[in-house]
Design a protein around this ligand. Structure first.
Ligand code: SF4
Length: 358
């Protein structure tokens, strides 16, 4: 079991972050915020997929104007992503954003950052201090020569100390680079010195398999070390995939259990059925199920008994037939052509029982 780093708890709107709260899943919309309808449609899809905090970009005046409607109608807290223009941080808070993400390195002078902090304090808004290699302060670049992990961590620690000195504690920190090792090391240095909640992710991870693997490794290593209070998987994809991937990572470490965990064997020469087809069909049908269920689909009886015992529902295949299991108990023998249907029937019954128990 992963032992999580002890952090203080903060709140982004009504969502607790850090302390005893579960690792929170975040994402960011890819729509133009000024298109309120499209942005809310995407936020609602993200929410249904399990996203708990959403960030939106406010690069232009029109986006800021639209922010109020987005915040009012969003089912989850909205964080405004502010770069370069401090006035946008103030205006975002005025429009009701529950959080503001600033990158002090590109906001400018310390006094301006302090003014933003004072406003957040007065309005009960959370701040995320974002530190990344592209916007490191000049003196740190001079000291270290390039944006290495130590430089990133020092920048984050420096801003964190200032926030503490100004009496502001409702903030979290993110230190992100696109290099996995640098990312891990920088977060580790910061985590060892403070109890400030950390938002983790691998920035610009890319798309498809590469993006998912890079994110899973970068985020997974940190989570395994107990680091990370909120997570965003950054992919060049529909942001819903980011949320699904985040839950897959968290589920594989036993940190969140939302949705179906599908276990299937890799298949080998013992296989007598078209297992990939069955897995695909079941996966498709279970998309969007948010109940926590573990399903095992095994090609033969060799490993099936062990896996099926751990699973809520299982299928162990033989030649032209299979056994449906519940918690390791064989229930009935089914023909190959009915396997998917029978497995889904069993899962549906389990879901119904779960709903009744709730
Ligand atoms: S469960 Fe059976 S078919 Fe699947 S990989 Fe193992 S031995 Fe092969």
């Amino acid at each position: 079991m992963v032992e999580r780093r002890k952090t203080r708890q903060i709140r982004v709107g009504d969502v607790p972050v850090g302390g005893s709260a579960p690792v929170v899943v975040q994402s960011m919309t890819s729509t133009k915020t000024r298109d309120v309808e499209a942005t809310l449609e995407q936020i609602n899809r993200l929410h249904r997929a399990g996203c708990e905090i959403v960030r939106v970009a406010v690069p232009h005046r029109e986006d800021l104007e639209a922010l109020e409607d987005v915040v009012k109608n969003s089912p989850i807290p909205v964080v405004a992503d502010v770069h370069f223009a401090p006035s946008y941080a103030f205006l975002s808070m005025e429009k009701g954003a529950q959080g503001v993400r600033i990158n002090p390195g590109n906001i400018g002078r310390e006094e301006i950052v302090r003014e933003i902090v004072e406003e957040a304090k007065a309005k009960g808004v959370a701040i995320r201090i974002g530190v990344n290699s592209g916007s490191l302060e000049g003196d740190l670049l001079e000291k270290y020569g390039y944006p290495c992990a130590d430089a990133l961590a020092e920048s984050a620690l420096r801003w964190s100390e200032r926030f503490e000195k100004w009496g502001f504690t409702n903030y979290k920190v993110s230190i992100k680079g696109s290099d996995v090792l640098q990312n891990v090391r920088a977060n580790l240095i910061f985590a060892e010195r403070t109890d400030v909640p950390l938002h983790i992710g691998v920035t610009e991870a890319g798309m498809g398999r590469r993006g998912i693997v890079k994110s899973a490794v970068g985020i997974g290593v940190l989570l395994y070390m107990g680091i990370g209070d909120t997570v965003r998987v950054s992919l060049t994809e529909d942001p819903v995939v980011e949320v699904e991937t985040a839950y897959d990572i968290l589920r594989s470490l036993g940190l969140r259990s939302r949705g179906v965990e599908l276990i299937s064997c890799p298949t080998c020469g013992r296989i007598e059925v078209d297992l990939p087809k069955i897995v695909r069909e079941v996966e498709e049908k279970l998309e969007g199920v948010d109940q926590s269920i573990r399903v095992a689909i095994m090609g033969c009886v060799v490993n099936a008994m062990g896996e099926a015992r751990e699973a809520d529902v299982g299928l162990a295949c033989g030649r032209g037939f299979g056994w449906i299991f519940r918690k390791g108990v064989p229930l009935r023998k089914v023909r190959e052509e009915n396997m998917t249907q029978e497995l889904l029937r069993e899962i549906a019954e389990l879901k119904e029982e779960g709903t009744k128990e709730e």
